[in-house]
Design a protein around this ligand. Sequence first.
Ligand code: SAM
Ligand code: SF4
Length: 338
Amino acid sequence: MAIIDGLGRKLNYLRVSVTDRCNLRCRYCMPFGGVAPIEHKEILSFEEILRVVSIMADLGVNKVRLTGGEPLVRKGIATLAKRIKEIRGIEILGLTTNGVLLGDMAKELSDSGVDAINISIDTTDEMRYKNLTLFDMYNEVRRGLLAALENSFNSVKVNCVLSPFSIPDDWIHVAAFAKDNAIDVRFIEWMPMAGEEMIEQNIIYRMDTVKGVLGKEFGEMTPCSNEENVAACAKMFSVHGFIGRLGFIPAMSSPFCKSCNRLRLTSTGDLRLCLFYDKGLALKSLLRGGASDEYIAKQILKTVEGKPAGHIGHRVNFGENSDTEAISSICGMSQVGG
Ligand code: SAM
Ligand code: SF4
């Protein structure tokens, strides 16, 4: 069984946002005052999430990633992870976190069957971290990263977003995590969404600029072969003297839409076909309205036919002299689940 969209793409990867809440306020992700929290009753329960994953696993999804908001602020997340991993057909379970709570939770998550952990770290400078996230938590995050490395995850990755707030020193220092550790550090082109504080800024860093800076600092970057490029969305490079690798997710300059294998489940139970596409399937009313698994499965298969070929959203132009045009969604990253 496989979930195939209208363009023949096989969709085997479900990203599940377990909460809209977060213990940070990254300025490129959320508006300054945060977003109004969604009422608890509107958020899918664990049983509802498990039911959706199980239906989708029967249809052919074999990879799930838990995200948010911040997934580690949701009580019982390790139990959810364990139960997802027990679902027949789910082979790989990942989790994306800001790392603040990871120091105390890494072992539990690893014991619960989480295979792959991605930690978001945009700067190694304590003051800059506080300025960017509005919380003085850099040392907690460092502790979280170390705890992740001490546990037996199959992969530990660091994500660094190239937001308008970012500077070359950040890229160099974050990249250095991959020098002495078996970590893939990936630089993600910032995707303007709705409502972030930085949307007015006209500095948009692209992969080529950042790769140039890192190449100058660390020496030649050799592209990894396709087999090594495990994550199809990332372009990975090895660097002489590095244990880990460096990579780029050129989400804006060279989106990977043609080979996209993703679906998203928002914390309020919408199945989304793309980060930048607001149409999807409102699963919550089906789950709570007595629909059978078979009916829900049919609706999912029908909905995915409409997965767009590429990003659809508001176009944002960054100034008269800028050749940079970005696409913005009407819903923020922390809401749809990054
Ligand atoms: N709170 C968790 C975290 O920060 O890792 C998980 C949710 S967060 C929305 C998932 C990922 O999306 C993080 O790596 C974050 O840096 C990234 N992100 C957030 N807003 C973004 C944006 N506008 N463009 C690109 N990446 C973004
Ligand atoms: Fe929270 Fe993650 Fe968004 Fe930062 S990027 S505000 S940690 S959801």
